[in-house]
Design a protein around this ligand. Structure first.
Ligand code: NAD
Ligand code: AHE
Ligand code: ZN
Ligand code: ZN
Length: 369
């Protein structure tokens, strides 16, 4: 079949809207009609060429929601008409990772996913006979996409897809990092570096966890108003201080915060986020994604003296079993999504969504098909 899709032809070039060919679902696969998709900074990261796994030409997008159109042979848990959120972290329930009880990082399809291919090693997308690669196993910048059954969370038919698409990445990632990865306790102090969709979701999660103090840090002060709405108690622009930001936070908190979160993808800020943690117990969670060749560093003494460095992918959330609960929590008012959607547009304007992100103007743009 034909599908309207935004194709990334090469690093750094704008996406172009094409009528691509989409092959029907093979065994264990599902054809999904995407209704809406957010644009996450990770899409921009891969488009920039900084992603070691970036492949071109490809169809980006990993923060979508849609409706099952057709299922391939052997698919038992989904049927046409079901509402779904595609998962860049699958949940097979059978692999060593799924069975460990220690991680959400199912590896059942991860190897082929990282090569832009379906689990059988081929792509469902092409244009004029040329292969177009998948992205993160989701490719939500296409009206029709093919996704493994184990990479789809079935959600309530009543949930508005143009809102809950953001649970496909940003909002779940931020809240999950607080609740699952850090396990922030009531009364904790928290520092959040970077106030985009991820950082604001961390703030939302920190408030849910009843943190007593939430320090929001960004070099773009226009983000502070929304940070306060979500529960930030203090807003700090590192550019207003001559001291390093970690020293500023340590001075503000009698020795450092209990938890910090890096939501930018800047390795220098990752160091600051670790070093603003309290001696003896402070934990810093890396959420931001850094480019090829970049490395983090600190004095080992920072860890010897009890600070802990952790990372979090998709907020530690197991998509098939836990994401439907996040959708319910949105429906019953426990999770906020609407204020994140600062812009909506059609697929033909998707490059504008990237511009708004780079200009610091948007939190999330949602593309409506
Ligand atoms: P965004 O562009 O919307 O927000 C980034 C924010 O960081 C902006 O407000 C920007 O002003 C701020 N910032 C930039 N440089 C800064 C600095 N030096 N000091 C303080 N603030 C600074 O991005 P986003 O969509 O919120 O994504 C944030 C990061 O999280 C990206 O690296 C993205 O790839 C990553 N991410 C990771 C996961 C995961 O599962 N680990 C999931 C989603 C996104
Ligand atoms: N491809 C990159 C890594 C990108 C990355 O870390 N992705 C996050 C999700 S970001 C969503 O916005 C993730 O889930 N990572 C775990 C995984 O298995 O990809 C690189 O450096 O190669
Ligand atoms: Zn994302
Ligand atoms: Zn698995």
């Amino acid at each position: 079949m034909k599908s309207r899709a935004a194709v990334a032809w090469k690093a750094g070039a704008p996406l172009t809207i094409e009528e691509v060919d989409v092959q029907g679902p093979k065994a264990g696969e599902v054809l999904v009609r995407i209704v809406a998709t957010g644009v996450c900074h990770t899409d921009a990261f891969t488009l920039s060429g900084a992603d070691p796994e970036g492949i071109f030409p490809s169809i980006l997008g990993h923060e979508g929601a849609g409706i099952v159109e057709e299922v391939g042979p052997g698919v038992t848990t989904l049927k046409p008409g079901d509402h779904v959120i595609p998962l860049y972290t699958a949940e097979c329930g059978k692999c060593k990772f799924c069975l460990s009880g220690k991680t959400n990082l199912c590896q059942a399809v991860r190897a082929t996913q990282g090569k832009g291919l379906m689990p059988d090693g081929t792509s469902r997308f092409s244009l004029n006979g040329e292969t177009i690669y998948h992205y993160m196993g989701t490719s939500t910048f296409s009206e029709y996409t093919v996704v493994p059954e184990i990479s789809l969370a079935k959600i309530s038919i009543d949930a508005p897809l143009e809102k809950v698409c953001l649970l496909g990445c940003g909002i779940t990632t931020g809240i999950g990092a607080v609740l699952n990865t850090a396990k922030v306790e009531p009364g904790s102090t928290v520092a959040v570096f970077g106030l985009g969709g991820i950082g604001l979701s961390v703030i939302q999660g920190a408030r849910m966890a009843q943190a007593s103090r939430i320090i929001a840090i960004d070099i773009n002060e226009s983000k502070f108003e929304m940070a306060k709405q979500f529960g930030a108690t203090d807003c700090v622009n590192p550019k207003n201080f001559s001291d390093p930001i970690q020293q500023v936070i340590v001075d503000m908190t009698d020795g450092g915060v209990d938890y910090s979160f890096e939501c930018i993808g800047n390795v220098q800020v990752m160091r600051s986020a670790l070093e603003c943690c309290h001696k003896g117990w402070g934990e810093s969670i890396i959420i931001g994604v850094a480019g090829a060749g970049e490395e983090i560093s600190t004095r080992p003494f920072q860890l010897v003296t009890g600070r802990v460095w952790k990372g979090s992918a998709f907020g530690g959330v197991k998509g098939r079993s836990q994401l439907p609960g996040y959708v319910e929590d949105y429906m019953n008012g426990k999770i906020e999504i609407d204020p994140f959607i600062t812009h909506t547009m059609g697929l033909e304007d998707i490059n504008k969504a990237f511009d708004l992100m780079h200009e610091g103007e948007s939190i999330r743009s949602v593309i409506l098909f």
